[in-house]
Design a protein around this ligand. Structure first.
Ligand code: AMP
Length: 215
């Protein structure tokens, strides 16, 4: 199965994608995580992307598409994948279609903007390994260090109020039109991501199971 998880920043795409990927044995491909890994490793690509990410803008399409294209050639993607945070522009979606990057189902997770600001402000990440946490919904054992590697917890530089506002504007302007794009292709399934994590997972799992049954 080949899925896209669409939705605003803070909708829970990453958390839900991780759970569904584990359940169905799919590769979880998050372009945000991949770009942050490049940034931590100090690669030229990471340096190129950094300014856009810190300002809450989108990284240019050609950079992101190339990252995804290479990643999809890896062995673990042959069984299917979840694209989390990609595509984010109509151009990215069109390039996918033109280059035969297949998608069966687009799962659109809807959450109101007010809720997103609250969620994004409480997010923390491990400075060393990039693991994601939340002060209320997914705290670490001591609230200061990473459960995975003991690294220091920090707030992502794009999870501060003014950048959060910018990311929401960018989402509504550049990414939301993808809903219509995939609705026209008959691939869009919309779920509400407003609820608690476990309830959202239940809703997402049942939407994915329903979509899979139609394939
Ligand atoms: P995320 O972790 O998905 O919220 O992504 C963090 C940041 O990475 C975004 O605000 C963008 O700057 C960049 N990014 C991630 N995915 C994409 C994409 N598909 N296209 C352009 N920029 C992206």
């Amino acid at each position: 199965m080949k899925l896209i998880f669409l939705g605003p920043p803070g909708a829970g795409k990453g958390t839900q994608a991780e759970r569904i990927a584990a359940r169905y044995g799919l590769a979880h491909i998050s372009t945000g995580d991949m770009l942050r890994a490049e940034l931590r490793a100090g690669t030229p690509l990471g340096q190129q992307a950094q300014g856009y990410m810190n300002r809450g803008e989108l990284v240019p399409d050609d950079i992101v598409v190339e990252l995804v294209r290479v990643r999809l050639g890896e062995e673990d993607c042959q069984n299917g994948y979840i694209l989390d945070g990609f595509p984010r522009t109509l151009t990215q979606a069109q390039i996918m279609d033109e280059t035969s990057i297949d998608v069966d189902v687009v799962l659109n997770i809807e959450v109101a903007d007010e809720k997103l600001v609250e969620r994004l402000s409480g997010r923390r990440e491990c400075k060393s390994c990039g693991a994601a946490y939340h002060v209320l919904y997914h705290p670490t054992h001591d609230g200061k260090t990473c459960d995975e590697c003991g690294g220091e917890l920090v707030t992502r530089s794009d999870d501060v109020p003014e950048v959060i506002r910018k990311r929401l504007v960018v989402y509504h302007r550049q990414t939301e039109p993808l809903k219509e794009y995939y609705r026209k292709q008959g691939k869009l399934t919309t779920v509400q991501g407003q609820e608690e994590l476990a309830e959202t997972t239940r809703i997402v799992l049942s939407a994915v199971a329903e979509a899979e049954a139609k394939l």
